[in-house]
Design a protein around this ligand. Structure first.
Ligand SMILES: C[S@@+](CC[C@H](N)C(=O)[O-])C[C@H]1O[C@@H](n2cnc3c(N)ncnc32)[C@H](O)[C@@H]1O
Length: 277
């Protein structure tokens, strides 16, 4: 019985991986420029700063990374498979006097390594976003992603904004929607900890769907729900009710460890947890 259960779990896991691999790109993303109001909104929503490294997947004439360098002082790379657009973007960058801060790589976005980016920008198609999603989710927690007009399936955006674009060259509605995500750290699973206030054992089980969390805790032998659990990049916070007290946990997640604080009333204790599975 146990063997059957293990085989079933293994098959389901393999099928889930295969489903992601099997995502087929049925049409090419055509070259359509994002209007400058959209470019500015994308970079503003991503909170681009001078220390950012922006990578535009499918960079067209280079406008997004050029604007990231010119207006926000960031560095950037555009990845594009059309050599003529690479040449145009490179000339545009020279004209904008940001040739020392941006460059353009003639590559296919599906085989390129964009893991060094702190900000990813995209104006592709929904199926491209879904095919890229596993690689985007594997990026450093805290990486910001903005996509023009297309969402990311059941990975809900952390923010979205619609702006009027009267001269938009495609679509009936002369407006664009920009979607924003922050890559969440992986915190799902079992965590072991000690209560700094009492020295007693504590255990947390967190269930994660992208940036959405729920779970339960066992503190002092009692099982209680985890409430208001949030993960933003690598910053975790949640609450647990303990009788008439509320225990407020927060921390920074790094691989198999959480370092943070526990607040009880107006007192704060340093707190940490270790991954238990
Ligand atoms: C809709 S345009 C967006 C251009 C630019 N990012 C902007 O927002 O103005 C999409 C761009 O992606 C490029 N592209 C499509 N598929 C690609 C792929 N697999 N690898 C690299 N570039 C690709 C197209 O050539 C096109 O320039």
């Amino acid at each position: 019985m146990r063997l059957l259960l293990l085989v079933t779990i293994a098959l389901c896991t393999i099928r889930a991986w295969a489903a992601e691999e099997d995502l087929k790109i049925r049409e090419d993303t055509p070259y359509v420029q994002s209007g400058m109001v959209v470019v500015d909104t994308m970079l503003e929503m991503a909170g681009v700063r001078p220390d950012d490294f922006v990578i535009d997947l499918g960079s067209g004439d280079g406008r997004i990374v050029i604007q990231a360098a010119q207006r926000f002082g960031a560095r950037g790379v555009g990845i594009e498979y059309d050599p003529q657009l690479i040449q145009l973007a490179t000339e545009n960058a020279m004209r904008a006097r940001v040739g020392d801060r941006v460059s353009f790589l003639e590559q296919n976005i599906f085989s390129s390594d964009f893991s060094a980016a702190s900000v990813i920008t995209m104006y592709l198609l929904p199926e491209y976003n879904l095919a890229l999603r596993p690689k985007l989710l594997a990026m450093r927690p805290g990486t910001r992603i903005v996509s023009h007009d297309f969402a990311m399936g059941d990975w809900k955006p952390d923010a979205r904004k619609t702006v009027p674009v009267p001269d938009k060259p495609v679509g009936i509605n002369k407006e664009s929607t920009i979607y924003f995500w922050i890559v969440p750290a992986r915190v799902g699973g079992r965590w072991k900890s000690r209560m700094p206030s009492t020295g007693g054992d504590a255990q947390f089980v967190l269930r994660q769907k992208f940036q959405e969390l729920s779970g339960s805790a066992v503190i002092g032998g009692r099982s209680v729900p985890v409430e208001r659990a949030r993960i933003s990049g690598s910053v975790l916070s949640f609450r647990v009710r303990d009788g008439d007290r509320t225990l407020r946990f927060n921390g920074q997640v790094s691989a198999a460890r959480i370092n943070g604080q526990l607040g009880i009333g107006d007192r704060f204790y340093s707190w940490h947890a270790l991954k238990a599975d």
